[in-house]
Design a protein around this ligand. Structure first.
Ligand SMILES: [Zn+2]
Length: 303
């Protein structure tokens, strides 16, 4: 049964309804383009007329990929793209190994995988530098390197005709980012990526996590939250009198730094929570302290 659920998404599974009785569900985000999820991880599945292009192969999801593909198309899986090098998103690649499978990764992710000697993350068969465009059958898929999450690099994956975007481990629809702004390795690049992403003309956003498809509003909300944390931490940090604090710690500089980190983190988190707790995104109670601490390390030493 297909139901139109919003102007952006035509879902095999209606948005908001999460029937995982088969262990997975598939949401059609544009004709022939699907998000596949087990409720936690996501892959993107693109029919092309010349074989399916899959983005990512999280190990817990791989057992469902073949049934999900055969539900929606007769095309075989011919191409696997790695969104980034983290094992939780591509560590099931070895289970998809088959003759002729093309695996595509950015150069620095390919080098990282080679250095790891990890048999689960199959080495790519096609490596590009910075950006490339896949023209396969009816589809155009733009791949552009960013560095908002992992030090080896993360792809912004964009289907311009379908207005579908995928960027993994940046946002999760309905949730604030995970610990430390999803363990971003570079807060400066992280804060800048929201505008880079919003400059694309996309409607559906595949985040890599949750059972849901995101939209522009989810990216805008996470941006507003991240910049609120940034501005709050910057203000609270600026109010700290380091001289007084050091005197209280008998000029033990390291004890002073530790107290500064703890005090700014606690004060900023309490402030941020007044605006976001019970707001549109879950997880504020879980992660806001870690966000403020991660932001403070950036504000104090890099900003
Ligand atoms: Zn990751």
């Amino acid at each position: 049964m297909r139901l139109d659920v919003c102007k952006h998404c035509i879902s095999v599974e209606p948005e908001g309804m999460t029937d995982l009785s088969r262990g997975f569900l598939t949401r059609e985000v544009s004709r022939g383009v699907f998000m596949l999820t087990n409720g936690n991880y996501q892959s993107l599945l693109v029919t092309t007329g010349e074989g399916v292009v899959l983005v990512d192969a999280p190990e817990p999801l791989v057992q469902y990929i073949e049934p999900a593909v055969s539900d929606v198309t007769d095309e075989p899986i011919k191409t696997l793209v790695y969104s980034h090098g983290h094992s939780d998103h591509i560590g099931g690649a070895y289970l998809l190994q088959r003759p002729g499978l093309e695996i595509i990764a950015e150069e620095r992710v390919a080098k990282f995988i080679a250095d790891k000697h990890d048999g689960r993350r199959l080495p790519p068969t096609r490596v590009f530098t910075d950006q490339t465009t896949l023209q396969i059958g009816s589809r155009t898929i733009d791949l552009k390197r960013d560095e908002f999450h992992s030090p080896e690099g993360d792809l912004i994956i964009f289907l311009p005709k379908e207005k579908v975007m995928m960027a993994v481990d940046l946002i999760a629809p309905g949730w604030v980012p995970l610990l430390d702004f999803d363990i971003t390795a570079n807060m400066f690049v992280y804060l800048g990526v929201f505008d880079r992403i919003l400059s694309y003309d996309f409607e559906a956003f595949i985040s890599g996590h949750t059972a849901d498809v995101g939209h522009r509003r989810d990216v805008e909300l996470t941006k507003a939250y991240a910049f609120d944390v940034y501005e709050t931490v910057k203000r609270v940090h600026g109010e700290i009198n380091m001289k007084e604090l050091l005197a209280e710690e008998r000029d033990n500089e390291q004890a002073g730094i530790k107290r500064l980190i703890e005090e700014v983190t606690a004060k900023a988190a309490a402030d941020v929570k007044t605006r976001w707790l019970n707001g549109p995104m879950k997880g504020v109670d879980l992660w806001t302290e870690s966000h403020c601490r991660a932001m403070l390390l950036y504000v104090r030493w890099s900003d």
